[in-house]
Design a protein around this ligand. Structure first.
Ligand code: CS2
Ligand code: MG
Length: 404
C-alpha cells in the first residue's frame, strides 16, 4: 500500500484550522490537525514544501519509521512548527492504520482502560456573579470539573475571559493585529483567592476546580498563590510560572501542595523529562497536535506513568476536532489519564468537521467508528478562507512587555 496524495487544507471554521489529508492507493484517507494558533501558515509551508513530497509513495502503515524519518532525518529537531507538522502526519497515519484494521484508534493503543473520559469545562466571568452563573450552568449540564477564570478588577481585559472580546481572538471581529492587554500581578494575586472561595461556597466540595495562570508569575509569587488557594483544594493550577524555566518547579513543590499542571507549549519528551523524573509536576498537558502526534505523545505518557505523573491534555478550541478525537482515543487507553480539557466548539466547526465522539454529562467517548471517527469536508473548507489572527500580547503598566 502506498500514499498517493498528501495535501493541506486551511479554513476559517470559527477560527483558523489547518488540516492534513493523506490518501492511499487503496482509497483510505487519514486526517491530521496541523493548527498552530497565530502561526498557522508556518506549518502549512513546512508541510507543503518539505514534508508532503516525502510522503508520496511511502507505506502508510510504517508509522514509527515515518516518524523517525521526519524527526531524525531533518537534523533540525523539535520546536512547535516542526513538531506540529510531524504530529499531523503521525495522526493521519494512525487514522489510516485503524481504519484499515476496522477499529477505533484506541483499540490499537491497547484498548479502553476506562468507560469514559472525564472532562473539565471552561467557566469565565467578567465579574463574580457572571462566573458563578456559568459554573452553575455547567454543573447543571453534568460537569463535575470546571476551570474558573475571572476578570481581574481594574484591568480592561483578562486572558481566558472571552466574554470580553478583546481577551482572545476567537471571533472575526477581532483585530488582525495583536491586541495589547495590560497585566497587573498584584491585583491578580489579591483577587483570585476570593474567586475560589466563592465557587467552593456556592458549589461545594465535590466540584473539581481548575485554574490557568498562563505563565504570569515568578516562582515566589506562584508559591504565594498556591498557599492562598490550598484551603479551597484546587484540582490543579496550570502554568503558574514560565513553562520553560524548569528550575521554578522545585521551588513550587517545596513551597505549596497545590497540584501542578504544565505542558501545552511543550513539544517533545525533552521538555518533560526532568519534570517527570523529578516528580515536580502532577499533570502533563501536551497535545498530539503540537507534540509529534500519537506516536511521540504516547511515549511521553508512558514515561509519565512510570513516575506517577498523570495526563491532562490541552484541547483548547484552537485545536481542531481532529486533534480532540486523537486525544480522546489516547485518554481512553492511558492508565495514567487524569482529566481532559473541553471547550465549547466555535461556531463553524460543524460546517467542515463531522465527529463520532460524544459528550454526555461531563464525560466523553471517542466513539466506535474505525480510525479517529472524524470526517472533513474539503469542498466546504475551500469556501472558508484563512484570516490572519493573533493571540493578544501583554504589557505592564509601564509599557514593557509581559508574558501572555
Ligand atoms: C489555554 C489556551 O486552554 C488553555 O489552557 O491556555 O486557551 C491557550 O491560550 C491557547 O491554546 C493558545 O493558543
Ligand atoms: Mg492553558
Amino acid at each position: 500500500m502506498k500514499i498517493v496524495s498528501a495535501r493541506v487544507s486551511v479554513c476559517w471554521a470559527g477560527r483558523n484550522y489547518v488540516t492534513l489529508l493523506v490518501d492511499t492507493d487503496e482509497g483510505v484517507q487519514g486526517l491530521g490537525d496541523a493548527t498552530l494558533n497565530g502561526r498557522e501558515l508556518a506549518v502549512v509551508a513546512y508541510l507543503q514544501e518539505h514534508v508532503c513530497p516525502l510522503l508520496i509513495g511511502r507505506d502508510p502503515q510504517r508509522i514509527e519509521d515515518t516518524w523517525q524519518y521526519l524527526y531524525r532525518g531533518a537534523y533540525w529537531r523539535r520546536g512547535p512548527v516542526t513538531m506540529t507538522a510531524i504530529g499531523a502526519v503521525d495522526v493521519a497515519l494512525w487514522d489510516i492504520k485503524s481504519k484499515l484494521a476496522g477499529v477505533p484508534l484506541y483499540q490499537l493503543l491497547g484498548g479502553a482502560v476506562r468507560d469514559s473520559v472525564r472532562v473539565y469545562a471552561h467557566a469565565e466571568g467578567r465579574d463574580r456573579s457572571e462566573l458563578l452563573e456559568q459554573v452553575g450552568k455547567l454543573t447543571a449540564a453534568g460537569f463535575d470539573a470546571v476551570r474558573v477564570q475571572a476578570a481581574v478588577p481594574g484591568l480592561d481585559a483578562t486572558y481566558g475571559v472571552r466574554g470580553d472580546e478583546r481577551a482572545e481572538s476567537y471571533e472575526p471581529a477581532a483585530s488582525d493585529y495583536p491586541v495589547t492587554q495590560i497585566w497587573d500581578t498584584d491585583r491578580y494575586l489579591r483577587a483570585i483567592p476570593g474567586v475560589f472561595e466563592a465557587v467552593r461556597d456556592a458549589y461545594g466540595g465535590d466540584l473539581a476546580i481548575l485554574h490557568d495562570v498562563h505563565n504570569r508569575l515568578t516562582p515566589l509569587e506562584a508559591v504565594q498563590l498556591g498557599r492562598s488557594l490550598e484551603p479551597f483544594r484546587p484540582f490543579w493550577i496550570e502554568d503558574p510560572t514560565l513553562a520553560e524555566d524548569q528550575r521554578s518547579f522545585r521551588q513550587l513543590r517545596e513551597g505549596t501542595t497545590v497540584p501542578l499542571a504544565v505542558g501545552e507549549t511543550f513539544n517533545s519528551v525533552w521538555d518533560c523529562h526532568d519534570l517527570v523524573q523529578g516528580r515536580l509536576v502532577d499533570y502533563l498537558r501536551l497535545s498530539p497536535s503540537h507534540a509529534g502526534g500519537v506516536t511521540h505523545l504516547r511515549k511521553i505518557h508512558l514515561l509519565a506513568e512510570l513516575h506517577g505523573v498523570r495526563t491532562g491534555p490541552h484541547a483548547a478550541s484552537d485545536l481542531s476536532p481532529v486533534a480532540l478525537a486523537a486525544i480522546l482515543h489516547l485518554d481512553l487507553a492511558a492508565p495514567n489519564f487524569g482529566i481532559q480539557e473541553y471547550m465549547e466548539r466555535p461556531r463553524g466547526w460543524d460546517d467542515v468537521f463531522s465527529v463520532g465522539y460524544r459528550l454526555e454529562a461531563g464525560r466523553m467517548h471517542p466513539g466506535q467508528e474505525p480510525g479517529l471517527g472524524v470526517t472533513y469536508d474539503e469542498r466546504a473548507a475551500e469556501r472558508l478562507s484563512y484570516r490572519r489572527r493573533y493571540l493578544p500580547v501583554a504589557r505592564l503598566r509601564d509599557g514593557s512587555m509581559s508574558d501572555w
